[in-house]
Each structure stands twice: as structure tokens, then as C-alpha cells.
Design a protein around this ligand. Structure first.
Ligand code: AMP
Ligand code: MG
Length: 398
């Protein structure tokens, strides 16, 4: 590897070794907990289902009785409880209704013939058929949700299914964003020659929202030491983590490095990755600072590779690593970079991956076209048909 460059894994390990879950935990209504990170494991205080119940609309019977026509002695709807089943009788029963004591099977109504208050069973049932057993889903005392999980809609549904009304979650992470560059203007403003639109603001704001951060957006900051220091001080006071784009190279007009050094501590890294390279990591007061390169593809990729896991760990998420897929490359990549590459690729119709035609890190189009990133080892030429390590956006946004 090029001397002076830090590997992606080493940089990430250094960052993660400093990250700690936020100390503050709050109880929120289960109804509003989707997207939040669970701070303590949740156990069920009840059996699910709480009683044996019917998995079908039909008749609850004694298997031993089912050869002869049975008198239908009761009707049991979901939400009601039946009486003990007398020998020689059947109970009309509906899905979810409790099995009456004495019954040992349910016959689905399609296999019966009703005639007045009598029912004939056309197909003899097996013992236990169409009965959902008490506690077969969840036993009382079992853990239903692990600490450190970001709650999906089905998780809050599961919590509610055992009667949990509020959930302890980590406080939302306050993420500060600002964008350095005298050339930046916002869409809607006139684009004078030499100016460019501040696309990073949109990409990074969207990413921050995808990870359920509470965003403080400090907007465009001009390329001056004073302006950069001032917004940095303010953002550090108000946020847990401050992420910026641009100004991390070490050219004239790059003020992030001296500003962070003046206000806090900074590590400046050149990372052995493409796109990416310059990355700043440090702290200002109690806030962490991560300075991403200004190049739109680089800031997008470095957010997903470095900021994402750092934010997740700070948010209290325990399962951080994106799960990669081994996927077939339907292309050749004969001239790899000596650095580890994150190539923009997408699924074709044949279950393989194709590559965006230009991997130039200034081409933001590639990120929108793609379904994810191929994590290609340094200097590795890809040959058509080989399996590559694919990080789908669905994993990187998780
Ligand atoms: P820098 O890292 O500040 O040297 O910026 C690298 C490249 O990214 C330059 O071409 C900048 O114009 C561009 N750039 C910087 N910030 C942004 C931004 N917020 N949105 C879009 N492009 C940017
Ligand atoms: Mg700049």
C-alpha cells in the first residue's frame, strides 16, 4: 500500500474505538418508537398465544368422536371463551377463538357438512390439528427484543402484542452539518460562473434523516478560518457529532484542519480508498468531528463507510457491520486502482451486477444510478463471472 495512506479498516477501528452510546435513555410510547434504538432488552410478561386457539374457521371436536355426526352444542367467536366440550358434541369455532376444554382438534369448515344443529366430518382430523398451542410463539419471560436494535415497524408491533406500552430508547443523536466552500450556492439562487450547487447538503441531510438523527444544519460556510471556527464552536456546543463536507484537503482555501486544531483536537488522515482519500476525525469540546471530502461522490461514500458506523455505535446500535452479498460481476474491471475501491454498481436482469460506465469520483450520477457499492480490494482486477463483495444500499442505509 502507498506509504502515508491509512487503511479503511484501521481508520474505522480508530473511530469506533472512541465512539460510545449516548448516555441518555428516554421512555417513548411504543406507537412512536419505530426508528429509535432500544436501550434495554424487552421480555414478555405473558404467553403468546395466551390460550390454545383455533387456526381456522371450523369445528372443535374430540378426535375419538369424529366418525359420527356431532351435535353442534356451542359457538365460540374470537374474543369469547367456550364451555367444556361434552362427549358427542362439536363446537362451531372461528379463527383465534380459544379451544374449549375437552376438544383436541379443529376440523376446517371445508371438510365438514352442516345440517341443522348437526355436523358431519368428511375427513377425520389428526390430534392437535389446526390448534395453535399456548406459548407456541412466545413463552412468558422470553426475550422478544434485544438491546441495541433499531426498532422496525414489526418490532413495535411485537412489543405491542405482549402489551408493552412504552419502550426505553436512546435519545436521538444531534448531528450538526455544515458545508464549506465559497463556490457553493443553493438551488434557486443564480449560478454565477464558477459557482456550483450545494448538492452535498441534500445528500448528507437525507443520510442523516435515514439514520434517524436530529439534524442541525448550519448551511454554507465561507472559506475563511474565522467563519469556520465560529460555526464549529457553535455546532460543537449544540450537537453530539458534527459532520462537514469540503475544505479537508491541505490547500489554500481549506480551513477545516486549522479550525478544528484551533478549537479542539484533530486527526487528519489520507485513506487508502477510492473515492475518498482525505478524512478528518477529531473532537471539539464534547462533540465529535468528522470532516468529509467535498467531492460529492466521495462525501457520499465516506459517509456510508465511516460516518454511518460511527453514528450507529453512538446511537447505541450493536449490529453495525453491513452484511455484504457475494454477487456475480457481469463486467470486466481490468485496471483497478492500487487503493481499495468502492465501485458504483447495480443489479441487471440476470441476477448479476453491472458497473456504472464511469467511476470518476466527480460523477454523482453514478451514485443515483447504482443499487450499492462493490467493495473491491486494492489492486484487484475483476474478471467477468467472478463473485465480488457487494454492499447494497439497503444494507448501507440500515
Ligand atoms: P474541497 O474538498 O473543498 O476541495 O472540494 C472538492 C470538490 O468538491 C470541489 O470541486 C468542490 O467544488 C466540490 N464541493 C465541495 N463542497 C461541495 C458541496 N457541498 N456540494 C457539491 N460539491 C461540493
Ligand atoms: Mg473547498
Amino acid at each position: 500500500m502507498n506509504p502515508g495512506l491509512l487503511s479503511v479498516d484501521d481508520a474505522l477501528a480508530q473511530m469506533l474505538s472512541r465512539a460510545r452510546p449516548l448516555a441518555d435513555v428516554e421512555d417513548v410510547p411504543t406507537l412512536e418508537a419505530t426508528g429509535r434504538v432500544l436501550a434495554r432488552a424487552q421480555r414478555s410478561t405473558m404467553d403468546v398465544p395466551p390460550l390454545d386457539n383455533s387456526a381456522m374457521d371450523g369445528y372443535a371436536v374430540r378426535v375419538a368422536d369424529a366418525q359420527k355426526p356431532l351435535r353442534v352444542a356451542q359457538r365460540i367467536m374470537a374474543g369469547s371463551v367456550g364451555k367444556p366440550l361434552e362427549p358427542g358434541t362439536a363446537a362451531r369455532i372461528f379463527t383465534g377463538a380459544p379451544i374449549p376444554p375437552g376438544a383436541d382438534a379443529v376440523v376446517m369448515q371445508e371438510h365438514t357438512k352442516a345440517d341443522g344443529d348437526r355436523v358431519t366430518i368428511n375427513r377425520p382430523p389428526q390430534p392437535g390439528e389446526w390448534i395453535r398451542r399456548v406459548a407456541s410463539d412466545i413463552a412468558k419471560g422470553a426475550e422478544i427484543l434485544a438491546a441495541g436494535k433499531r426498532l422496525a415497524p414489526q418490532d413495535t408491533g411485537l412489543a405491542a402484542s405482549v402489551g408493552i406500552r412504552t419502550l426505553p430508547v436512546y435519545r436521538r443523536l444531534r448531528l450538526g452539518l455544515f458545508f464549506t466552500g465559497d463556490e457553493l450556492v443553493m438551488p434557486g439562487e443564480p449560478l454565477a460562473p464558477g459557482r456550483i450547487y450545494n448538492s452535498n447538503r441534500f445528500t448528507l441531510r437525507g443520510l442523516a434523516a435515514a439514520f434517524d438523527c436530529e439534524v442541525r444544519d448550519y448551511g454554507i460556510v465561507p472559506d475563511s478560518l474565522e467563519a469556520t471556527r465560529e460555526v464549529l464552536r457553535r455546532a460543537a456546543r449544540e450537537c453530539d457529532v458534527v459532520v462537514t463536507s469540503g475544505g479537508v484537503s491541505v490547500g489554500e482555501g481549506d480551513f477545516v484542519k486549522p479550525a478544528v486544531e484551533a478549537e479542539g483536537q484533530l486527526l487528519m488522515w489520507r485513506i487508502a480508498m477510492k473515492p475518498g482519500r482525505p478524512l478528518a476525525f477529531g473532537n471539539v469540546g464534547s462533540a465529535f468531528f468528522i470532516g468529509l471530502p467535498g467531492n460529492p461522490v466521495s462525501s457520499f461514500v465516506t459517509f456510508l463507510i465511516f460516518v454511518r458506523p460511527f453514528l450507529l455505535k453512538t446511537q447505541g446500535v450493536t449490529d453495525i457491520a453491513p452484511r455484504a452479498i457475494a454477487a456475480r460481476a457481469d463486467f470486466d474491471w481490468p485496471e483497478p486502482d492500487p487503493r481499495r475501491e468502492f465501485l458504483r454498481a447495480r443489479w441487471n436482469g440476470e441476477g448479476g451486477l453491472e458497473l456504472y460506465p464511469t467511476q470518476d469520483s466527480a460523477v454523482l450520477t453514478s451514485t443515483a444510478w447504482a443499487d450499492g457499492l462493490i467493495d473491491n480490494p486494492a489492486a484487484h482486477a475483476i474478471r467477468k463471472g467472478e463473485n465480488v463483495r457487494f454492499l447494497p444500499y439497503s444494507e448501507l442505509y440500515r
